[in-house]
Ligand binder design. Structure first.
Ligand code: GTP
Ligand code: MG
Length: 332
């Protein structure tokens, strides 16, 4: 356990930009032990104001679309402009396989050696929600440590692309030219969350697949719009590997940043994200605490059988189950 003095000196060292202190804090956040959670909560409280002057970008797209390559290219450009860049990830595959993603750092070799960059390889965990919570809290810690651009990578599988949009200011969707007539690996739902769309691997302007994919994306994206009403969403062709179209992308990111700052939308949106997170977390934890009660499990199994035998309707079953749950709480 840490003394109050030790906690203060730890949080002070993070605020001064100490990378070891920051890494140690993120490790603590990722820990599954309840006692570590208590210390993590204390540390986050100690860090204080979350009103950082930062910009958070979520980068999502199908596996292999070039997310890490683009992050390295963007990250280096931002550092050359004088910014401090932190790279985090929500990685559903590592959450499922529990594998550590060694690749992250090696794919961003040039960025990894920059003193003003901080790259945290994906955490492993047993559920996506947990991994996402770590990422959210890691963002706050990186901001406290003075990183003003936070880039969060997530593969566009499962719920992770939606989750990344609940913790960042800008969602950047990367797609690649496909061979078929459908959008390459993208579920159309994500278009609702994207604020800027890029078509990566546009190495050669004359590539026919590129122009077909561009048109497909244009058509698909017309049915949805950015969550910031009034923002005119664009689709840009880039090559992250050969650094084509990167200046245009940086300008577009800057335009977006100006737009949401002018409208105070960033502040409002971050407040909404915090409140939504609180409600979701409350629901998850409430359900988790109930799931640990064997008498409830038994009751629910029996209730399911009753529904299937058409003895009660799902609506009635819900009311009865709620009464059972409240009675369980009152017993304590
Ligand atoms: N030709 C070409 N290849 C690219 C471009 N961008 C990335 N690549 C290549 O595409 C492959 C995948 O790139 P990554 O950056 O690892 O892609 P990713 O989306 O991060 O992949 P995951 O994290 O595994 O989902 C690598 O071999 C890159 O070199 C590009 O603009 N043009
Ligand atoms: Mg990657």
């Amino acid at each position: 356990m840490y003394t109050p003095e030790a906690m203060i000196s730890w949080s002070d060292s993070i605020k001064k930009g100490d990378r070891n202190g920051l890494s140690k804090a993120i490790t603590l956040i990722e820990s599954q032990k309840p006692e570590d959670r208590l210390v993590a909560n204390q540390l986050i409280r100690q860090i204080g104001s979350l009103d950082a002057n930062s910009f958070r970008i979520g980068i999502t797209g199908p596996p292999g679309a070039g997310k890490s390559t683009l992050i390295e290219t963007l990250g280096l450009s931002l550092i050359h402009q004088g910014h401090k860049v932190a790279v985090l990830s929500i990685d559903p595959s590592s959450a499922i396989t529990k594998g550590s993603i060694l690749g992250d750092k090696t794919r961003m070799q040039n960025l990894a050696i920059e003193p003003n960059a901080f790259i945290r390889p994906s955490p492993s965990g047993n559920q996506l929600g947990g991994v996402a919570r770590h990422t959210r809290e890691s963002i706050w810690l990186c901001e406290a440590a003075g990183f003003d651009y936070i880039l969060v990578e997530t593969a566009g599988i499962g719920q992770s692309e939606y989750l990344v949009s609940t913790m960042t200011d800008l969602t950047l969707l990367i797609n690649i030219p496909g061979s078929g007539d459908d959008l390459q690996g993208i579920k159309k739902g994500i278009l609702e969350w994207a604020d800027i769309i890029v078509l990566n691997k546009a190495d050669d302007d004359k590539d026919i697949r590129l122009n077909t994919s561009y048109k497909d994306l244009l058509v698909a994206s017309q049915f949805t719009q950015s969550k910031y009403s009034g923002w005119n969403r664009k689709i840009l062709k880039i090559s992250a590997l050969y650094k084509k179209g990167i200046d245009e992308l940086l300008t577009e990111i800057e335009n977006f940043k100006t737009y949401i700052n002018e409208n105070q939308a960033i502040k409002k949106y971050r407040q909404e994200q915090l409140v939504a997170y609180f409600h979701q977390n409350l629901k998850d934890k409430l359900w988790e605490s109930l799931e640990n009660k064997p008498e409830l499990t038994e009751f629910l199994i029996q209730t399911e059988k009753n529904i299937l035998r058409l003895e009660i309707s799902p609506e009635e079953a819900t009311d009865i189950s709620l009464r059972f749950i409240f009675a369980l709480f009152n017993k304590k």
